[in-house]
Every structure is written in structure tokens, then in C-alpha cells.
Write a protein that binds this ligand. Sequence first.
Ligand code: 13P
Length: 288
Amino acid sequence: MALVSAKEMLTKAKAGHYAVGQFNINNLEWTKCVLQTAQEMNAPVILGVSEGAGKYMCGFKTVADMTKAMIDSLGITVPVALHLDHGTYEGAKACIEAGFSSIMFDGSHYPIDENVEKTRELVAICESKGMSIEAEVGSIGGEEDGVIGMGECADPDECKKVAELGVTMLAAGIGNIHGKYPENWPGLRFDVLAAIQEKTGVMPLVLHGGTGIPADQIRKAISLGVSKINVNTECQLAFAAATRTYIEEGKDLQGKGFDPRKLLAPGCEAIKQTVREKIELFGSADKA
Ligand code: 13P
């Protein structure tokens, strides 16, 4: 199956009160693990690619071509969107060119009028190519130079303004942050989410920073209109922990345990297990 826009899968998710997982990919193993797990669970899926990960994987074209070839060779039949995560204006254009099926333009650091203007231009391009586009209002916090910023909640009126530009899905800051949540994190701002949902209607809302949000808060966010949830760090932590155990147990020193296909296998299984648990929690299993 060819890559698809995220529009149809997210419209169905919003109407069906579940969320589609966006799992960020970092290399061939990551891509394979996420695709195989989505197929195994008969779930639609979004592969997220940050600009940094794109650069690491030798450019967006390499990522797009690898993903398409893998979908073909693995016989993947569930809907798969290949999506630029937190794209710059230039990055968004490069992914459109490279054959992605979806982009996020993160103009949240621009003044709202400039964010609106640039988003409007990219919406028109995506529309003409049948691609989906995500915009962001408010900022998602996260760790920068060892300091965890709490982010800034989105203004529901600004969300309405951006939603009306014709974007496919909208990420709104509601106290969520990328990476691990600090001990004193007060939780998601459901009052803000409810106000945004009220103003944006059927627009699928996106929850970034899916790592470490307790299951009850995930379920409540979905009930208030979240239809796409991004997960990155949790797969990385699971991969690293399983790889550490393998090495600490000295398995790389036994027989051909140093063979990368053996060395990376426990980490890959850990990624798959994490993706399985998230798909289950988000309610997107058997929704392909
Ligand atoms: P986490 O790394 O916190 O899971 O966040 C992922 C994300 O939101 C990617 O955009």
C-alpha cells in the first residue's frame, strides 16, 4: 500500500473516539519495528520524522524511499502516513519534495500573524498534493540545556483561527512536554483542552509528548477530542534499557552475540512492545 495522507485515518479516529499513534523513527530498525507492529495490530499508523532524524538518516528522500520500499517488501496493508515532525518552513517544503505524505509546520515561535500566513501557504500546497498538514499553537515544553520548560498553553481563539486555515490536524499546548515529565508536573490542562475542542469542533487535535502521560489522562484527552498522540522518547528508553541488559549480561561476548542483528534484537523487541501497548491504550487496534 502506498503512503497515505493522515486525513482519513484522523477523521475516523475523531469520530470513533480513539487516537492514532505517531511513533517517531530514527533508523531502519525503528521503521521496521513500528510498521510490523501496526500491521500485527491492524492499526493505522503515523511515522514521525524530526528534522534531526531526517538528517541522521541521510536526508528526507532516503527516509521516504526506504519507508516506501519497506512497506512494499514487508507487505504492509494498514494505512501509513510518513509525517515531518516539528518542521520548519524550509523543512516542510523539502519533505513535500521528497515524497512524504504529511507534514507538520511548527510556526508556534512566530508571532501569530506570521504563523497564520506561512501555514496558509503550506496548506494550499498540501491540498494540491493530497497531503495532510499539522499546525501548532502554544508551545510544547521540554528539556533544553538541562532545564525542563513547562511550555505555554494554547489560546483557544488562536486555535480556532489556525484551524480555519484548513489544516488537517492541530497541535495545541495543554501543559504537555517532550521527554520525561518532571516529578512536580501538574498534569494536562483539561480545561484548556475542552475550550479548544469547543472552538475547533471536528478538527482532530494532536497531543505531543506522549511519553510518560498516565493512562487515565490519555483516555480523558481522547474523550476531549485528541485523535493523534505522538510518542518518541518512550521507544528510545525501552530500546536503550533492553540493549543495556543484553550487554550487561555479557551476551555480546557469547558466540556471535556481537552480530548487530543479534545485538539490536532485544531493543527492537522492546520498541515493538512499547508500540503495542500504546496502540492498545489509544484504542486504534483493528481500526485499519
Ligand atoms: P515524547 O518524546 O515526549 O514522547 O514526545 C514525542 C513528540 O511529541 C514528538 O513530536
